[in-house]
Write a protein that binds this ligand. Structure first.
Ligand code: GRF
Length: 190
């Protein structure tokens, strides 16, 4: 799995897999920065890897380092859950059809890094969350699963995002089940 932040969705997926609700196990957690998500992964007993862009001389070298770090764990499925970088083309190609992303809006509405804020600013009354296969465009690709979240009067970005994340923590395991449905029974997720 790839994370950049809190990692609450990562932990939810790890636990769902351990509970037998997803036919997989999470084999490693990668991040682009030191973050609470990595600490949470370590607390779950998972291998963690930080691949920080500033430690590499160029963007292609970082792309390559991230790809090598992911490949080292031989994942059947790569799950981005709050990973706040655009993946390089080689990474997307290497895991084509085996790479999914969790995004806090009903795509194609509100792609980008501020999806919850943008939904509030637009004045919509319903937003939600999406799990989709990753392609070469940002927050774009075939949709695996979506779920709505109603925007309440007085919602702030923080209150709305927390409700979205509650829904995401159930949606992500369900989406992984769907994607892995046709995969070997003991698939490995990174
Ligand atoms: C989620 O809302 C996800 O959709 C977005 O980043 C958030 C990650 O939350 N891409 P967490 O780190 O799993 O708590």
């Amino acid at each position: 799995m790839l994370v950049s932040g809190t990692g609450s969705n990562m932990v939810a997926l790890v636990r769902a897999a351990r509970a037998g609700e997803v036919p997989a196990r999470v084999v490693a957690v990668l991040a682009d920065r030191p973050c609470p998500g990595l600490e949470a992964a370590a607390a779950e007993g998972l291998p963690t890897v930080v691949v920080e862009p500033r430690r590499w001389a160029s963007r292609p070298e970082w792309d390559d380092a991230l790809l090598r770090a992911a490949r080292a764990h031989e994942p059947d499925l790569v799950v981005c859950a709050g990973f706040m970088r655009v993946l390089g083309a080689a990474f997307v190609d290497a895991f084509a059809g085996r790479l999914i992303n969790l995004h806090p809006s009903l795509l194609p509405s509100f792609p980008g890094a501020h999806a919850v804020r943008d939904a509030l600013a637009a004045g919509v009354t319903i937003t939600g969350t999406t799990v989709h296969f990753v392609d070469h465009l940002v927050d774009h690709g075939p949709i695996v699963a979506q779920e709505e979240v109603r925007i309440e009067p007085g919602d702030t970005e923080a209150s709305l995002h927390e409700r979205v994340k509650e829904v995401e923590r159930a949606l992500l395991p369900r989406a992984c089940r769907l994607v892995l449905g046709s995969a070997p029974a003991r698939a490995r997720a990174s």
